[in-house]
Design a protein around this ligand. Structure first.
Ligand code: AHR
Length: 321
């Protein structure tokens, strides 16, 4: 079974404190919980793997799971959380689609006495804070993911490149942070330039369409950085349709570590991908249990990510999803 590999439980923002110390809603210590899981959408393999991990956890942890899919709409996700509050779930596990629009829903749950755990994506830290407004954020360091991909590209190209960037969902924490991590690395390279940066909404076909359009304005592109593997695969299709050879004429890099991404690395079309684990079920189960027992929970439960490139893609194929 694939299990989230946690680095040290990082105290990323201040000290871990118990619920009572912070004024967060408490959770009774009991054998089973009614858990609300508010998913953002189901439009790519990463989302499907995340949902499956939560459903598997519902079985092994004996949750009565209330599952919702916001179908790519932040306002539907707000309504989904409100419905969970009305159904009096014990705890809400939320993957917030975007950083700002979900904050009122988080606050409403707190007011209703329901603890919220954020998984995979975060909310705007200048408005809502882990340990004060919600229990914790469990997820990857998205800035670091972008940085690692950027450093690989610098090493591989000798610091030269005309780059197109395909961003994830506008306003989401992975899109904001993956952009920052990568762009900061590129800015320090005089021989590299990001000539276009546009959202493909984390979707394969949108990535393909955006790349197709951008190629017309930038036929001289030598590298593509996509914020997830699905958009990278869409970009690879667009490059091939334009008669370019991904991996030779244009180096493509991305994030996620999906099965299709690993296959594309192995066949040389995708240069590298940083894993972003979607397997939040087991860690959500442990976090809920620990929180109910009154244990201090860190503000950020950091997930550590592998790095995939040609030399290790085949051996890691089983980690893909
Ligand atoms: O929040 C994580 C991102 O969301 C994944 O990289 C992407 O594939 C998904 O939709």
């Amino acid at each position: 079974m694939r299990v989230l590999k946690l680095g040290a439980l990082a105290l990323a923002m201040g000290f871990a404190m118990s619920a009572s110390a912070q004024g967060l809603p408490k959770l009774a210590d009991k054998p089973t919980y009614k858990v609300g899981f508010a998913q953002t959408e189901s439009n790519n393999p990463w989302r499907i793997a995340e949902t499956q991990s939560m459903k598997d956890a519902a079985n092994t942890c004996h949750w009565d799971l209330v599952y919702t899919d916001a179908a790519s709409s932040a306002s539907k996700q707000v309504a989904d959380v409100e419905s969970m509050i009305a159904q009096k779930v014990d705890v809400i596990v939320l993957a917030p689609r975007e950083e700002k629009p979900l904050i009122p829903a988080v606050m409403k749950a707190k007011k209703a006495g329901i603890p919220v755990i954020l998984i995979d994506r975060n909310v705007d830290q200048s408005v809502a804070k882990a340990g004060r407004d919600y229990v914790t954020f469990i997820g990857s360091d998205f800035i670091d993911q972008g940085r690692r991909v950027g450093e690989w590209l610098v090493k591989t190209t000798g610091g030269k490149g005309t780059i197109v960037e395909l961003e994830g969902t506008t306003g989401s924490s992975p899109a904001n942070d993956r952009k920052k991590g990568f762009d900061d690395v590129v800015k320090a390279q005089p021989g590299m330039k990001i000539v276009a940066s546009q959202s493909g909404d984390f979707e394969r076909d949108k990535g393909r369409q955006v790349m197709q359009t951008l190629l017309q304005a930038h036929p001289d592109v030598t590298a593509v950085y996509a914020h997830n593997d699905e958009m990278a695969l869409g970009a690879i299709a667009a490059l091939e349709a334009a008669g370019k050879k991904p991996g030779q004429d244009v180096i493509v890099v991305s994030i996620d570590g999906t099965k299709d991404g690993l296959v594309a690395i192995d066949n040389g079309k995708l240069g590298a991908s940083v894993q972003s684990s979607p397997f939040f079920g087991p860690i959500s189960c442990d976090t809920i249990k620990n929180y109910a027992k009154g244990q201090a929970i860190p503000a950020w439960v950091k997930v550590s990510d592998k790095f995939y490139e040609k030399s290790n893609a085949k051996e890691n194929m089983a980690n893909g999803f």
